[in-house]
Ligand binder design. Sequence first.
Ligand code: ATP
Ligand code: MG
Length: 328
Amino acid sequence: MKEKVFSGVQPSGIPTIGNYIGAMKGFIDLQDSYDAIYSIVNQHAITVPQDPKILKQMTRQLAALYLAIGIDTKKAILFVQSDVPAHAQMAWIIQCMTGLGELERMTQFKDKARKQEAVNAGLLAYPTLMVGDIVLYDANFVPVGDDQKQHLELTRNFVDRFNSRYNDDLLVKPEPLIPEEGGRIMSLQDPTSKMSKSDTNTKSFVSMLDTPKQITKKIKSAVTDSIGEVNYDKENQPAVANLLQIYASFSGKSIDSIVSDYSGQGYGNFKGDLADLVVSTLEPIQERYESLLTSSDLDDILQDGAKRASAIAESTLSRVEKTIGLTY
Ligand code: ATP
Ligand code: MG
């Protein structure tokens, strides 16, 4: 039997090149060697306020984008989280076995709570929903960006606790798959904070659906430093190091070779070439996206994905419910 991979992206905005580099790009290769299950995790997205119309629209857009980057539903399952009720059911069980202190320590909770006027209980419980997403599919590997490392650690601890309390073989303990370079792409306006699709400052990210003009403008106006030389020095030139990581990921070249290509030059050519590279990489993805978005095939694909995901998730949930006594 093939090992399993699970990952999800929230429809909390159009994915950025950070989401693509850190997570989504890796989904494509993984679907060839693993049983891959990918989700549009809309229940995670409502942990912060969402406009219903926009949420619905972004759910569809994200589905089309998954397909446009190369997710093949002959190889992988693609589904919308709220179509599979087992996720919310499993999350409740996990919440009842997770300490409040554990959740309060999560840095994503602290970061996101700071940005909200009012914090709801779901934002705190978010990681338990994610633990459920992963364990329902017996996932061995979870391709994610660096910011999800702590939630993966929580998942692994939960699995240990659960298995040692009930039965050693009940849940599979997952490993995160985090890219060595590009696991944490930073904001184009502030190299100390991560690029996020939900950022209210749209200049901080390049979205996968930005026009060539927008991409070029955003990259050219990305903050740099006063050193004026392209070096890979995360400590002293973090903004340039971030642009180098984006360049390396989109070109497939090593960071060293890019640095040597621009030695002795300022940032102008480097930024111009990077903008062209991002534009030409996203162009074919955007073309495929446009034709998928309006196609009725998309609805069929998501319905079929929900059916296939439900069958797996319900069987795990029932195994768990029987074990803990939610039966009679
Ligand atoms: P939000 O701000 O709504 O949380 P996000 O940009 O963080 O949006 P998510 O849907 O939370 O996106 O995450 C989707 C995937 O992208 C996850 O695997 C996450 O770790 C990864 N990811 C998010 N931001 C980055 C980033 N800046 N660099 C690399 N990977 C990232
Ligand atoms: Mg996030």
